[in-house]
Design a protein around this ligand. Sequence first.
Ligand SMILES: Nc1ncnc2c1ncn2[C@@H]1O[C@H](COP(=O)(O)OP(=O)(O)OP(=O)(O)O)[C@@H](O)[C@H]1O
Ligand SMILES: [Mg+2]
Length: 166
Amino acid sequence: MLNVPAVKVVSHDPEQTRQLGAQLGKALQTGDVFCLQGELGAGKTTLVQGIAQGWGSLDSVSSPTFILVNVYRRADEKKGAATPPLLFHMDAYRLDSASEAEELDLDSMLAEGALIVEWPERMPGLIPAENLWLTIEHTGETEREMKFTASGKRYEELLGLIREGA
Ligand SMILES: Nc1ncnc2c1ncn2[C@@H]1O[C@H](COP(=O)(O)OP(=O)(O)OP(=O)(O)O)[C@@H](O)[C@H]1O
Ligand SMILES: [Mg+2]
């Protein structure tokens, strides 16, 4: 059997989800791709709030449902550091067509920041093969089962970090 690198974490409330996100946000690097899959209200945007906070966002996180991509900035106190200067928060829920998705220039986003995608399964073929893929299951009123799967060395590293925090 192939041993797929994955880590399961249970979150018991939104604050725990934000804390988990903050841990990831602190480790964020330019070019990182995180995919967040889960039904409506699973907690994808809640996790992004934590990621943005841990990364040091100057902007508050909102659901990019209508404009597809939000761009967040951070105070640039560590010039030249690995920390990405920009964070792109995409929501593919309302993508109407593949051609609309192709107009989004992911490559230039990844050159200058990190990318988090909600509803990544709605833009197949466009997400870079190497990524951290999170599947969130609604298992109770405020309980969420989160399964992180890594494709690529960089993301296996991040799995280690999640494992330590879990
Ligand atoms: N453990 C938990 N983790 C995250 N959110 C939780 C948790 N328990 C309850 N919630 C609640 O579930 C809701 C999650 O909403 P959120 O906007 O993050 O979902 P989403 O996955 O982004 O949905 P959408 O597909 O509509 O964008 C929030 O109201 C949040 O307070
Ligand atoms: Mg959302």
